[in-house]
Write a protein that binds this ligand. Structure first.
Ligand code: C5P
Length: 224
C-alpha cells in the first residue's frame, strides 16, 4: 500500500497553526487532523463528568470511556464529536482551554489520543496535514514533512485579540495566558512541545496567512 503524504505542524498556542494547516490541507487536496481538538474534547468530557481533575485514575477513566471522534468537513477543517455529540464550538471556551493541561499532561490520556491520531492518519485516503505539539517528536516521528510554526508572544496575543473582537480581555491578559500555556506545554514531563532537529522552522510573526501557506507549500515541494 502506498503511504499518503503526511505533513505535521507543531508549535506553540496561537501561532496560526490551525489556519495554516487547514489551508495547506486544502491546497494539497488533503485532510486536516486537529489533535488539539481531541485534547479539548477529552477536557470537556472531564468537566462534564465533574471529576476531580487532579485524580489520575479519574482522568484515565474518562479517556477510556469517552468517545472522541474527528470528522473532516467538506470545506476546511473538521468537526469534533464527543460521545456522538458535535462539540466543535463548546471545546473552544476559555474554561476548557484553562483546564486542558490536566488532561494533556496525563500519560494515559495521551496514549489513548495518540492511538486515535495514528488511526486517523492510517485510514486517510488523501494527504494528511496534522497540527499539534508532539506530532514530530512522538506521534508521527516518520512524517514526510515536519514543520515548527512559531510567532512571538506579542504577535500571537494580538491575533487572538482580533479573533475575540469585543469579547477580548486586555492584551496583557492574553499574553499572560499564552505564556502560561507555552510554559505548561513545553515543560510537562510527558510529550512536551519541542522543536525536533529535522523540523523546518517557520517564524510567521511578520507573515500574513497567504504568505504562511505559500511558505509551507514550498517546504512540502522541497521535501517531495
Ligand atoms: O492546538 P490547541 O490550542 O487547540 O491545543 C489545545 C491544547 O491541547 C494545547 O495547549 C496543549 O496543551 C494540548 N495539545 C497537546 N498535544 C497536541 C495538541 C494539543 O498537548 N498534540
Amino acid at each position: 500500500m502506498t503511504r499518503r503524504l503526511l505533513v505535521v505542524i507543531d508549535g506553540p498556542a496561537g501561532a496560526g497553526k490551525s489556519t495554516a494547516s487547514r489551508r495547506l490541507a486544502r491546497a494539497l487536496g488533503g485532510t486536516y487532523l486537529d489533535t488539539g481538538a481531541m485534547y479539548r474534547a477529552i477536557t470537556l468530557a472531564a468537566l462534564r463528568r465533574g471529576i476531580d481533575l487532579a485524580d489520575g485514575r479519574a482522568r484515565a477513566a474518562v479517556a477510556e470511556q469517552a468517545e472522541v471522534e474527528l470528522i473532516p468537513t467538506d470545506g476546511e477543517g473538521c468537526r469534533v464529536l464527543l460521545d456522538g455529540e458535535d462539540v466543535s464550538a463548546e471545546v473552544r471556551t476559555r474554561e476548557v482551554t484553562g483546564n486542558i493541561h490536566w488532561l494533556a499532561g496525563d500519560a494515559r490520556v495521551r496514549e489513548v489520543l495518540v492511538e486515535l491520531q495514528r488511526a486517523f492518519a492510517r485510514a486517510a485516503d488523501r494527504p494528511v496535514v496534522a497540527e499539534g505539539r508532539d506530532l514530530a517528536s512522538v506521534v508521527f516521528p516518520d512524517a514526510d514533512v515536519k514543520v515548527y510554526l512559531d510567532a512571538s508572544v506579542e504577535e500571537r496575543a494580538r491575533r487572538r485579540a482580533k479573533e475575540l473582537g469585543a469579547a477580548s480581555p486586555a492584551l496583557e491578559v492574553l499574553q499572560d495566558e499564552i505564556a502560561t500555556r507555552d510554559r505548561r506545554d513545553s515543560t510537562r514531563d510527558v510529550a512536551p512541545l519541542v522543536r525536533v532537529p529535522d523540523a523546518v522552522h517557520v517564524d510567521c510573526s511578520a507573515l500574513g496567512p497567504d504568505e504562511v501557506v505559500a511558505r509551507l507549500l514550498e517546504v512540502v515541494r522541497a521535501a517531495r
